[in-house]
Structures are given as C-alpha cells and as structure tokens.
Write a protein that binds this ligand. Structure first.
Ligand SMILES: [Zn+2]
Length: 382
C-alpha cells in the first residue's frame, strides 16, 4: 500500500510530470527493478504493465508514476479550482490553473476513445479510463492460459490477498516464497525450471501442472484451511457448526465438509462442501478463456449433483474456488451473506473483507505448497 508512488502522491498531484519524461521513467524503472528484487521474479514488459495496474483491474497495484501522474494532476487541478477562484475573488470560469489545458490535451491524446470523467475531482475517475484501456490491450494480445489468467485475476476476489494487512498475528502474512509464487501465477511469470513432478508428469516453467496434480501436497492443507476459515467465521457469527458431520453421506459415500447445527435459511441447516480447481487445467481451459470463474462454476455443479440426495433436508452451498483466486457465484453469495452476519455480530465494518482476504490467502498458500510438492524430497548424502 505504501510502496513507491504513494510517497510521491503530492508531487504528482501538483507537478506537470509529463514535462519531465526522463525523470519519470527513471523512477518507474527503479520501481520495476526494486519489485523484481523484493519479489524474486523476472518481469517481461507485459507482466510489468499488468503489475502496474490497480488490483481491481488485475494488477498488483504497484502504480507507475508515468501512469498516475496525469490523472493525479488533473484530479487535483479540478479539485482546487473552486478554492482558487474564491481566494482570487474571481468567477470560476475566469480562473485558469496553469498546465491544465496541456494536461487535458495530453489525456485526450493518450485515451482518444475515453470520455471525460463525470466527477473530475476524483483521481480514480481519470485513472480508471487509462487502466481499462491498458487492460484491454493486454487482453487483446493474450490467448490460451494467459487470457484465462487475465480474466480470472481481474475479478475482485482474486486480488483480495493483495489487500490484506500482512500480519503474523492475524494469520495474513504470506511468507516470501508463497508471495513470490502468488505474484508469479497472477502475472504469468516463470515459477521454476521445467522438471519432472513426483507423479511423473512434466512441470513446465509456468508451474501450472502443480495446480491440478492429484498427487501434490498443498491441496489437502488448502482444503482444510478453507473449511476451517468458514467454520471459524460461522462460529464468530454465533452459528454453531461442525466439520465433516458424521452420519451424512453424499451420493459417492463421502462426507460433506461442514454443517451448521442451527438453520441457515427457511429452517434448513447449511451444508457446505469446498473445492479449489485449477483455472488452467486442460479440462477447464476451453471455458476459462471465455469467462472468469467458469471452472469454479462447473465444479460447483458437480458438487451439487453429488449432494442431490441431501438437498431436500439441507440447504446446500458448493464453495468452489479457482487457483487463480476467483470464486464460483454461489461461493461469492454465501461468503457475502456470512460477512454481513459477521459485521452484525462483531460491529466491525471490515469483518466481511477480512473473511474474503483470509480465504484468498489460503488459496495462494495452497498454490505455493502445491508447487513445492512437485519436487521429489531431497535425499541427504550418505
Ligand atoms: Zn504431478
């Protein structure tokens, strides 16, 4: 949140930065180098462009001064116009803030298809136009797994781990390696040298095999973590529940992940089952390149079919997540509702966001563990 550009926000809002492109690109090049050092990843031009987008547009939120300078200046100039005219005792239309005309001309030149913001005092209004165009350029240049990745990471839930306060006390601190892998999967960077997985398949440099390998570690701790987060949230919302309730079986004989002990809706208790599927798995890719969350939606349908026998008596919710961090629609709706209950119970307006962040972090930790699980255990020298 505080890395780089926020430290120079005042300068960007008050300076015609487009007049000093060399200094701005020096700043941004330094930002890229520093990011690569801190995260231990190598970024291509497109990956760095994606990283520099706001989190809500699929980036890492590491904004470049070259991108933010113009929106910051335009928003500030429009924001102060009233005050300046009052100080000068002149009519607003007769007051000209220096460089504003130049800034508007450059903005129109950079984004010829974008219309002027309705609320020009808001920096995000200017900024979003540029971010959207940058993202659509990335989209049009991408295909296959890259397209599926961009679609997925542009969803709000997929970026929640980037909004979390990195606190060991809250359990929201990602260790360096998990952070590296999470960033690399989000931006499509290489995560490893191609090697043979413990299952015998080849793991390419992008590491995607790890996300769908049935033998890899990482899946089970993640599955447990996701369910435990839901259980804790329910308990915090004063809804008693149990994991793996005995005596309940789905059509394949396995037990569901959790059950509330009091009714959730229409007098029925909530039964849930969680799963996290790979956005990039060959079986899902044809759908995930078309629509974000398509793998989660089809996993949710499969879950629902397995619980058809229990649905008359229980209110069933499939909690389907994808490794890129986007969720199925039923999971989104359920977690939103649970977040509201948490807010009511705890009087903490951010309780719902924290819940989403914890789930998001659990998914990313699982990805890192899955990747590390593809390597054969190191044999010590005799
Ligand atoms: Zn494998």
């Amino acid at each position: 949140m505080c890395f780089a550009v926020p430290k120079v926000t005042y300068l960007l809002r008050t300076t015609p930065t487009w007049l000093c492109p060399e200094e701005i690109s020096y700043f941004d090049d330094t930002l890229k180098d520093t990011t690569e050092i801190i995260l231990n990843v190598s970024l291509s031009v497109d990956q760095w462009t994606q990283a520099s987008l706001p989190v809500r547009h699929g980036g890492l939120g590491l904004r470049r001064a070259g991108d933010v300078g113009l929106p910051a200046f335009l928003a500030s100039a429009h924001g102060v116009a009233d005050l300046v005219s009052r100080i000068l005792h002149s009519h607003r239309d007769s007051v000209t803030i220096p460089f504003v005309r130049d800034a508007l001309a450059i903005w129109s030149d950079r984004f010829p298809t974008a219309s002027l913001p309705e609320v020009p005092q808001v920096q995000r209004a200017w900024d979003d136009a540029g971010a959207r165009i940058t993202l659509s350029r990335l989209f049009s240049a991408a295909s296959g797994v890259d397209l599926a990745r961009l679609r997925s990471v542009s969803k709000v839930e997929a970026g929640a781990w980037l909004q979390a306060l990195p606190s060991p006390h809250l359990g929201t601190l990602l260790d360096s390696d998990s952070m590296r892998v999470a960033v690399a999967f989000r931006l499509g960077c290489d995560v490893c040298i191609p090697h043979k997985c413990i299952c015998g398949s080849t793991v390419e440099a992008n590491g995607h095999h790890a996300l769908s390998c049935r033998r890899c570690a990482g899946r089970f701790p993640r599955h447990h973590a996701l369910n435990d987060i839901v259980r804790r949230a329910l308990v915090s919302a004063n809804i008693p529940c149990v994991l793996e309730p005995p005596g309940l079986c789905r059509t394949d004989g396995k037990r569901p992940d959790g059950l509330t002990l009091v009714p959730w809706q229409k007098g029925k208790c909530l039964l849930w089952d969680a799963t996290c599927v790979s956005t990039f798995a060959a079986s899902h890719l044809s759908r995930t390149v078309q629509a974000a969350g398509a793998a989660a939606e089809s996993a949710a349908l499969l879950k629902r079919a397995k619980y058809s026998a229990l649905e008359a008596k229980y209110y069933f919710v499939p909690l389907a997540f994808e490794t890129t961090g986007c969720w199925g629609s039923e999971a989104i709706a359920f977690i939103r509702e649970l977040g509201l209950k948490l807010r009511e119970r705890t009087s903490d307006a951010r309780a719902g966001s924290y819940l989403v962040q914890r789930l998001s972090i659990a998914i990313q930790r699982g990805n890192a563990a899955s990747l590390m699980g593809t390597f054969a255990p190191v044999q010590s020298e005799p």
